[in-house]
Design a protein around this ligand. Sequence first.
Ligand code: PMP
Length: 444
Amino acid sequence: QHSSAGDARPRSSSLYQEALQHIVGGVNSPSRSFKAVGGGAPVFMKRGQGAYFWDEDGNRYIDYLAAYGPVILGHAHPHVTAAIVRAAENGTLYGTPTELEIRFARMLKEAIPSLDKVRFVNSGTEAVMTTIRVARAYTGRSKIIKFAGCYHGHSDLVLVAAGSGPSTLGIPDSAGIPVSIAHEVITVPFNDPKALDEALARWGDDVAAVMVEPIVGNFGMVMPQPGFLEALCGAARRNGSLVIYDEVITAFRFHYGAASTFAGLPAGTDYAAIEPDLTALGKIIGGGLPIGAYGGRAEIMSQVAPLGPAYQAGTMAGNPASISAGIACLEALSEPGTYERLDRLGAMLEEGLAAAAAQHGIPLTINRIRGALSTHFCSHPVTNYEEAQDTDGESFASFFRHMLAEGVCLAPSKYEAWFTTTAHTEADIAYTIEAANRAFARMK
Ligand code: PMP
């Protein structure tokens, strides 16, 4: 049964007060704070199982946060758990190569053909940061072009006009990043090939790479418009710049592979023309443990030490626990019907939310790509960051709080997606739609 959580979260409140004494801001990632949804204590979770997690007060929530994406199989999936336990029993870290890493690298390469060579790291941030270093080493150029609202982790270069956490908190740019570094980054609007051409015309000789989330997951879920990725790749190549895809959110999200090979890209997509030079991975490929990976064309990856002059290393990189969890997660995802199921649940959710919002006269734009969807309180389409910003944050905050009280947990930001997992049931979705109906009714 769904116990309505209400606002009865006294333990979360007192733990938050305690956390504030010891942990900066009480949270270990700013996106977890409730700053963007009216403030107060975030919910402290204690246990997760399948599509649910339970807070410190014993309230149960249907989880659409999915830990910002990695938990695509739901919490404590038995196959992943067994793999982690097995790894732990054999020692969690050796500081030597292992056969497991080869196995996992092969799995990634089979699923994502543009990866000739890969390297495992510990987070999406590290993966992205290193692709930039490798692109700079390979091209001998220094600047990168990125797209407004795309979030690529918290390394210096990509925290300029970033989406997700920083925009939620109203920090378009982080303190502590020298102006000299910000000058190495050019930001243009997503889905705007003309703006990219203009940037390349002006700074082209210095541009090492164009970096993009090929399907955006950081200002809601946003599809590239027909021809956009082709134009991006064509312009980058003519300019001698590399194309880097940040697939930290998108890889293995919509199908067993990368977004850049997803059959659901706009009709007419020329898949050969949109193949990237380098790709950054994270989240799902760690099955819920810390991981990142990057890879691409062998010739470019040969820049990386010990083969080449671009240095990148990691004590924890390729640790057997993360690799084992990742292998187990991909094994489970490769089961037939997985993505069809995520899609079916996503479609049911989209339909129900849209109908409920319409019934209550609340303008709501829903962007959905299979099991991932975003809800924008506005009546215009959301195809770029500006349109995602131009939505009603107060309505989102109110909706978020009502849903939490109903026992449905979303990410506390109007820019983040909802994720269905293989553990969600039709009954969970139906309950969620009823809860949304009540939430919309109270919001009027
Ligand atoms: N790239 C993208 C597209 C992301 O969404 C994120 C995290 N949300 C990152 C990079 C950074 O990954 P991590 O948090 O693992 O460092």
